[in-house]
Structure formats: C-alpha cells, structure tokens
Design a protein around this ligand. Structure first.
Ligand code: SF4
Ligand code: SF4
Length: 476
C-alpha cells in the first residue's frame, strides 16, 4: 500500500486517529471511500480526509461492498492502518454527522467577514453572441438602468465589510462588455469611496480595445478574465453566432487576449467540448502555444470542460454536465495534453483541500448575486425562491429567513460518497435529480484522480530513467 497524498492537514488535525471500536462491534468500509481501478492498481480516495492511497488488487477485499469484519482484522498491519485513517470504520458510525460537525468547526475557524465581500454582478444580460449552449437562453435581455447602477453602488457601500475591507466582484452577464459604462460608473464610485476591491470577469473577449483593456486593469481592478474558445476560426464563428458586425470574431478575441495580457490581466481559456469539436480543442491548444510568447503564456491558462446541456443552470460554481462517459474520457485526454505541453503539475489544492464552501449559498451573509434588474439572489442559478430583496429596497427580512433557513441533509446525500465535496443544500436547483448529480460528481473526481495518477506515474518514470542513466545510482 502506497500513500500518494496524506490528506488535508486541517482535517487530519481535527479528526486525529480513529478510536478503537466498542467491544464486539463490527467494522465496515467508510461511506466516504471512493475507489478507482487504474493501471493494475486501485486508487483509494477518502472524500472527507482527502487522503489518497494506491493499493495492489489483492488487497481490495477489504473494500468489497457490504463486507463486515470482526475486530480481529485490526491485528493485521494494512487494515489497522486503514482503520486509523477512517477508510474502515465501526459499523454504527454516523459519518454524515461527523462530516457536519467537522464542517461547522472549519467554517467557524474561518471567521467570515462581517459584511458582503463577494459579489456576482450582471451589468447586462444582453450579449453580442448567441452560443447554442448558453444557460441564459430564454431570459429577457436587459441592461442595468442608470438608476439601478446607482442603487447597486449604494448597496455595496451600505454593506461594506466592517472588519476586512477588500471585496471581490465577478462581472458576469450576458456579455459584461456590452455594459462597460455601467462597470465604469460602479468602479468609479467604489474608487471614490476608497473601497478596496479586486475583480474578475467572464467575457467572450470580443469587445476589448487597447484602451478598455487598460481600463479593465487599472480602473476596474480586474486581475483575471475567463474567455471561452470552442474551436479555431470557422468552428468558433459557427458556435458563437455573433450578432454584431465583428468581421473575424476569432481574430478579434485573440487580439483582445494579447491586449489584456499586455495590460497585466491573466486569461483563463475554457474549451467547451462536446462530441463535435474534440479535434478542434487540440488544435486550439497547439495554436495558443504558438501564437503567444513564453512570457505571455505565464498569464494564460487553458482547460477543457465538457459542455453542459440545457439541464445546466448556474454560473461557474455549479455547471451541470450532461455529456457521456466517453466524452468525459476525451476531456481528460485534452486536459492531460494541455498539462504536458505546458509542463504543468495538476492543481493539487483543488483536489486535496476539503472545500468548506461549495458555493455561495453556504455563506449567504457575505455572498450575493445582483442581476440586471438589481434583484438580490443567494444562489447563482437565480431561482425565484432564492431571491431576497433588491438593491433599491435592500434585504427583505422574511425572504432572508426563507433563503437562509437551515436545511436537512437529504437521505441520498447522507449516504453518498461525495457528500464532503458536494453540497448538502436541499434546495440546490442543480442537485434535484439524484442520478444526475451523482454521475456528475463521479465524472469530476474520476477526471481529477486520473490526472493526478498520470502525473505521479510520469514522475516515477522520469526518476527511474534518471537512475538508469546514472548507472543505477540515484541522482543527488
Ligand atoms: S447532491 Fe447528489 S452527488 Fe451531491 S452529495 Fe447529494 S446525492 Fe451525492
Ligand atoms: S445552490 Fe446549487 S445552483 Fe445554487 S449556487 Fe449552490 S451549487 Fe449552484
């Protein structure tokens, strides 16, 4: 048995080693153990402690579904270690309870700021593109009025954090650059009031000029922009269906990316892939590494994601993918290709650190979404039942009580291996269908674990080659 990652240190400290079971109690597999067969071994991942083990197949007996062991098994070295680390637990353990208590402590330790620090703002829902997969299809197109812009600014100032000054704004839309004047006004107000803030934006990237790129960095304090590229020029134009008179939209976006990077802004390129543009995704990756200089590429990150379908509501935190397992396997391949080309390590923190807040609804006191009408939402999918006031009338106390009412952990979630990395929030609109949420989490974790496994194997191979090159002696 090999330990590939020792888990989240915060969880390790809080849980310690598992106490021995009561006399006579049987032992079973923890509900939070996820396992995956990979290259002749099993990867075992504990979704609460975030510990990752690699096991030879003959040991997988300890994990056969539903098997109960007597305590004698703890006399053996491997099961004793697995028990100590919560991979095996006493039969009667209420693991969802342990999870909830642990989360409470971790969240308490984080000491949330007093005041709103995280904003998602839609300065408009209009857009100059018509992507066929846009989750806002069917929404009314409207730009925030001048009055709502002023109310938004006043709302931010009224709710500014008392203890920690810095706030963060995520400009979303529609295409936020279709309402650059609204962003100008809100940022000018914040700058005048000497509010400390930083920002990011999700944009199609087609509307930047040298001047707006500079303004985005200097006056709007944007440090990062996410731009979607679904293919090279022809495929890109076909999928984006721009309505404005941009002659060559692909060239326009690439030009914007150069300008934004030159201004100091980092770009994340998201490749939305489905069965019809897989080859295009590889072409875009090759193209980007030739088009951008080594220096520029330091501010450029690319990743592929399977395209979420019409069932998907919400922004970044909660995309629901409806793709097939075959498609997910190709997405892993593309991301592996990107990683190798950029000689990058996978994002270990994203996998091995237990998230204390899955999404904005677990900390509504400091997160809010403001739509183009100035309505306040506690959930970024903006369902009506999560609306709790407006920037004009402020927070409605009754609606606030409703959206922040404690929720019970659903029965499916309480028994689900993914609970520690998912949301137990029982009103989440993207988690209503059990089969779908489970498949989505499974795909995501499979994708991450396979990428990490590939990275470890590659590193081991390199070390072995280096030892062989050095005539069998380890290189110092
Ligand atoms: S929402 Fe679905 S995937 Fe998430 S913990 Fe509940 S059952 Fe599991
Ligand atoms: S409750 Fe669900 S849809 Fe809403 S922000 Fe959280 S994950 Fe996204």
């Amino acid at each position: 048995m090999e330990c590939l990652w020792s888990g989240d240190p915060r969880v390790r400290v809080l849980l310690g080693k598992q106490k021995l079971p009561e006399e006579g109690e049987k032992i079973r597999l923890s509900r939070f153990v996820y396992f995956l067969y990979s290259e002749g071994r099993y990867l075992l991942f504990h979704t609460l402690t975030r510990k990752l083990l690699s096991l030879p197949p003959q040991m997988i007996d300890y994990f056969a579904d539903g098997r109960l062991f007597s305590q004698d098994v703890l006399a053996r070295e491997v099961p004793a270690k697995l028990y100590e680390d919560f991979f095996l637990v006493p039969e009667s353990t209420l693991e969802s309870q342990i999870y909830l208590e642990l989360m409470d402590v971790l969240r308490l330790k984080e000491e949330l700021p007093r005041g709103i620090t995280q904003y998602v703002i839609l300065p408009t829902t209009t857009c100059n593109a018509r992507c066929f997969y846009c989750f806002e299809q069917g929404m009314k197109y409207r730009k925030m009025s001048a009055e709502t812009v002023e109310d938004t600014l006043r709302f931010i100032l009224r709710h500014k954090p008392k203890d920690r000054k810095r706030i963060h704004i995520h400009w979303f839309g529609g295409e936020p650059m279709c309402a650059a004047d609204n962003i100008d006004r809100i940022c000018a107000g914040l700058n005048k009031a000497e509010i400390e803030y930083d920002a990011e934006m999700t944009s199609n990237g087609s509307l930047f000029t040298e001047e707006t790129a500079r303004r985005a960095f200097e006056a709007w304090k944007i440090s990062e922009i996410q731009i979607t590229l679904d293919g090279m020029a022809e495929e890109y134009a076909r999928r984006k269906r721009y309505t404005s008179s941009i002659k060559d939209p692909f060239a326009a976006v690439i030009r914007s990316m150069h300008l934004l990077i030159a201004a100091g802004i980092k770009i994340t390129v998201r490749l939305n892939v489905d069965e019809n543009n897989l080859g295009e995704a590889f072409r875009v990756v090759d193209y980007l590494s030739e088009e951008f200089t080594e220096e520029e590429r330091k501010k450029l990150r690319t990743y592929a994601h399977s395209l979420f379908g019409q069932l998907g509501d919400g922004l970044n935190a909660c995309p629901v993918d409806t793709g097939s397992d075959a498609l997910e396997a190709r997405v892993v391949e593309i991301n592996e290709y990107i990683r190798r080309r950029g000689r990058m390590a996978p994002d270990m923190d994203a996998v091995f650190r237990l998230k204390t807040h899955y999404c904005m609804v677990t900390a509504p006191e400091c997160n809010v979404l403001i739509d183009a009408d100035g309505q306040l939402f506690a959930c970024d999918a903006m369902p009506e039942y999560m609306r709790y006031g407006s920037v004009k009338t402020d927070i409605d106390p009754d609606a606030w009580k409703r959206v922040t009412a404690p929720c019970a952990v659903r029965r499916e979630c309480g028994e689900c291996v993914f609970l520690p990395q998912c949301t137990e929030f029982d009103r989440c609109p993207s988690r209503m269908a059990y089969d779908q949420c489970f498949r989505q989490e499974k795909r995501r974790l499979d994708r991450e674990l396979r990428a990490i496994d590939a990275f470890y194997r590659e590193r081991q191979n390199k070390q072995r080659d280096a030892v062989e090159t050095a005539g069998g002696k380890p290189i110092q």
